[in-house]
Ligand binder design. Structure first.
Ligand SMILES: CC(C)(COP(=O)(O)OP(=O)(O)OC[C@H]1O[C@@H](n2cnc3c(N)ncnc32)[C@H](O)[C@@H]1OP(=O)(O)O)[C@@H](O)C(=O)NCCC(=O)NCCS
Length: 186
């Protein structure tokens, strides 16, 4: 996969690579929130040093052809509201995302997920954009469906979500492939 654009603009959002100066906003908006992090693979941040480590991971990704992370900001106010990630895996690309609790339920992540998914599937060497979500994470499953993905099956004991339990959790596998679903994305 070629290096993606550093910026995406959608109706309400701008996506851009994270910078060190975003640490305080990322920490306060979503990374320390136990509700937001319930079904992710990482522990909530307890100090800004945790967030700085995440920012180093992001910078390394951009320098090494992936994974690619963007922070999601509101075009109107400039507020940082979340983050989204593309992980290139040959002809496949995996999607991940997180949004501050105060911004849930407005279709924002669907907007961001559609933009990066559409870009990825337009690349000649990308045939599949996919994601997994915890079976209990119904909001995330809806985002993936609204981004034109199909639920392909149940992956039992797939992913450890340490904030939800000590053992690997069942996850839904979702994907959108080149041929299908393009028109469904807003
Ligand atoms: C998942 C997440 C990104 C969704 O972001 P969002 O911008 O609120 O999503 P949208 O508004 O685009 O869509 C959410 C959909 O889920 C639905 N939803 C929300 N909570 C729900 C629940 N508890 N049960 C069922 N559906 C739910 C909404 O109604 C909406 O669907 P609709 O448009 O059909 O009504 C956000 O909740 C989040 O950051 N969660 C924590 C981090 C996370 O889980 N990341 C994904 C890891 S796989």
């Amino acid at each position: 996969m070629t290096t993606p654009p550093e910026r995406f603009e959608t109706e309400r959002l701008q996506l851009r690579p994270p910078v060190t100066e975003d640490a305080a906003a990322i920490f306060a908006t979503y990374a320390r929130d136990p509700e937001v992090t319930r079904y992710v693979t990482w522990r909530p941040h307890t100090r800004t040093a945790d967030t700085l480590e995440f920012l180093r991971y992001c910078a390394e990704g951009w320098a090494k052809n992936g994974p690619f992370n963007w922070v999601i900001t509101l075009r109107e106010s400039g507020h940082l509201v979340g983050a989204i990630e593309l992980r290139p895996q040959g002809h496949r690309v995996e999607l991940g995302y997180v949004l501050g609790r105060g911004y849930w339920g407005r279709g924002l992540m669907t907007e961001a997920a559609c933009a990066v998914t559409r870009w990825a599937l337009a690349q000649p060497d990308v045939y599949r954009v996919w994601a997994v979500c915890d079976v209990a994470n119904r909001a995330s499953a809806r985002v993936l469906e609204k981004a034109g993905m199909q639920r392909e099956g149940l992956l039992r004991g797939w992913s450890l979500h340490p904030n939800a339990g000590d053992t690997p959790r069942d996850c839904w596998c979702y994907a959108r492939v080149k041929e299908a679903g393009v028109a469904r994305c807003p």
